[in-house]
Design a protein around this ligand. Structure first.
Ligand code: PGA
Length: 251
């Protein structure tokens, strides 16, 4: 029987294909603020910035990794390359990877195993499209994504789940609070049934801003956020980090 651990709250920034050395000062400001807060802050940066972002007081993550350890995969980055550059976390199965790079659940699961092999904590993204949301099949989609892309062996120590409705990413739209709360509750119960643990950190992602973060993070079963656009500057991200840490410890 697994001993339940206290869930941890996270503010995770996903910089996507943004950021050069000019932005290191933003990372320094975010890192300084992270030291003063009790929420865990992770910045998932372009691989080119990881090494230079070390030592700023913020946990670092990649945005994808290859499923193999090494080899003839031009342009790809292995999990070990990420740890070697200072990463402790990696986002896997983001909808932009699933849609624009044709990644399926099985690929995400293989990537998760390869990330675990080098000690990375994986942040596995799941989420439905707008059409699926409107058709009322959100939970079916999410349950299938969990079954297919979160491999056996996932535990709160090596895996974080991020619920990101595809139609919410970068659009300014979010599901209503009742939907977010009931979807997160359902994700937690599916994780318990499938993996025997319900103490995973489950993040919400999609159009989080300083204005809506506190309300969303206060919902039950929401353990923080995965933030795209609003993580690119310290001015925008600091209020989101503050909203996570204001929630205190998880129940
Ligand atoms: P957004 O992106 O916050 O810009 O909507 C979130 C994400 O894609 O992780």
């Amino acid at each position: 029987m697994n001993t339940p651990v206290k869930r941890r709250r996270y503010a995770v920034g996903n910089w996507k294909m943004n950021g050069t050395s000019r932005d290191l000062n933003q990372i320094a400001r975010i890192g300084q603020a992270a030291k003063e807060r009790n929420a865990l802050t992770v910045l998932c940066l372009p691989s080119t910035l990881l090494d230079r972002a070390r030592g700023h007081g913020v946990w670092l993550g990649g945005q994808d990794c290859h499923e193999h350890e090494r080899g003839a995969h031009t342009g790809d980055v292995s999990a070990e390359m990420l740890t070697d550059s200072g990463a402790t976390h990696v986002i896997l199965g983001h909808s932009e990877r699933r849609v624009l790079h044709g990644e399926c659940n099985a690929t995400v699961a293989r990537k998760a195993r390869s990330a675990w092999d080098v000690g990375l904590i994986v942040i596995i993204c799941i989420g439905e499209t707008e059409a699926q949301f409107r058709s009322g099949i959100t939970l079916d989609i999410l349950h299938a994504q969990i079954a297919g892309s979160v491999p056996p062996g996932a535990s709160p120590a090596n895996t974080i789940i991020a619920y990101e409705p595809v139609w919410s990413i970068g659009t300014g739209l979010t599901p209503g609070p009742r939907d977010i709360a009931s979807i997160h509750k359902s994700i937690r119960s599916v994780l318990k049934t499938g993996l025997g643990r319900e103490d995973f950190s489950i993040l919400y992602g999609g159009s989080l801003t300083a204005d809506n973060a506190a309300g969303i993070f206060a919902l039950p079963d929401v353990d923080g956020g995965l933030v795209g656009g609003a993580s690119l500057s310290a001015d925008d991200f600091l209020p989101v980090m503050r909203a996570v840490s204001q929630q205190g410890e998880c129940a």
